[in-house]
Design a protein around this ligand. Structure first.
Ligand SMILES: O=C1NC(=O)NC(C(=O)O)N1
Length: 309
């Protein structure tokens, strides 16, 4: 029979699917819905030192090809998520997404996380594209190296990062060189939304979201090929690290593609936002059907085995 489980970094996931940070994970009610669902893990909304209301609305829109968002890191503040993690008593892995407004804030949050000696791993967000005036850290290789150096020294435990999409082999190589210098960095999640797209409504002749003149991060069908390329490139370039796939997953087919490209596990964002947590059951069943049809019993049978022409 089929086995869709994933064992990595001392954790076991019964399904390779879980939520993308930011979706179904701001409040404990949402987190509990994901925990009780068929998802194999749970990740929290990126947290900051203080609670944040985020950007003015409208700040999220579904479109025919996916989504655009400029949420602006609305969250309950890091203590809320540490409290949730302390009370969390489930075999399903819990990841804590951290996105301090400054490196110091991120280090403060991580230091308090370390002190709690919880099993949950941090996913440090280097890629929020929606803070007016703040560039995505992941596009500044020197600043990324500085942050990873400080985290490795101060947190000094296994951690992961959420990366922005890159679009040039020189950038894949440059960021891989930075990431490979940090052995405590055990996973990268590729990708965050494709930053600063502009969706225009023809009838109203207007942008569809309010922040930043309508600029926002793209998700869904728009980003699948970019997400797959980033998963593939970092799966090849990073030595002894896991790549978590994120971007454009709406069925078993895209989940299969992410794993074929090298993903250890796969996050679902836009599709989860639109469909709800039943998406995990559906996508998992579709993935199993594809594996069955191809004669694969386990994810290891095809993970990373993308062919080229
Ligand atoms: O990292 C992020 N990516 C997004 O696409 N949106 C959120 C946000 O704006 O809070 N953050």
């Amino acid at each position: 029979s089929l086995n869709l489980s994933v064992s990595w970094l001392g954790m076991k996931m019964s399904s390779p699917l879980f939520n993308a940070s930011g979706v179904y994970c701001r409040t404990r009610e949402e987190l509990e819905q994901v925990r009780r669902s068929a998802a194999g893990a749970v990740v929290t909304k990126s947290c900051t030192l203080e609670p944040r209301a985020g950007n003015p609305e409208p700040r999220y829109r579904r479109t025919a090809l996916g989504s655009i968002n400029s949420m602006g890191l609305p969250n309950e503040g890091y203590r809320y998520y540490l409290d949730y993690a302390q009370a969390y008593d489930d075999a399903k892995p819990l990841f804590l997404s951290v996105s301090g407004m400054t490196l110091d804030d991120t280090l403060t949050i991580l230091t308090e996380l370390a002190a709690l000696k919880l099993p949950c791993l941090p996913e440090v967000n280097l890629s929020c594209p929606n803070l007016p005036g703040k560039p995505q850290l992941g596009y500044d290789f020197a600043a990324s190296a500085e942050a990873l150096e400080a985290i490795s020294r101060r947190y000094a435990r296994p951690f992961g990062v959420k990366l922005p999409p890159y679009f040039d082999p020189a950038h894949f190589a440059a960021m891989a060189a930075v990431l490979n210098a940090f052995p405590l960095l055990r996973f990268v999640t590729c990708i965050n939304s494709v930053g600063n797209g502009l969706v225009i409504d023809l009838d109203s002749e207007s942008a569809v979201i309010k922040p930043k003149g309508g600029l926002g991060g793209l998700g869904g069908d728009y980003v699948l090929p970019t997400a797959l390329a980033n998963v593939r490139e970092f799966a090849v370039l990073l030595a002894d690290k896991h790549v978590i796939g994120c971007g454009g997953v709406k069925s078993g087919a895209e989940a299969f593609m992410h794993i074929l490209a090298g993903a250890t596990a796969v996050q679902v964002g836009t599709c989860l936002h639109e469909e709800g947590v039943s998406a995990f059951d559906r996508i998992e069943a579709e993935l199993a059907a594809i594996m069955q049809a191809k004669g694969y019993q386990r994810l290891e049978d095809f993970r990373g085995r993308l062919k080229t022409l």
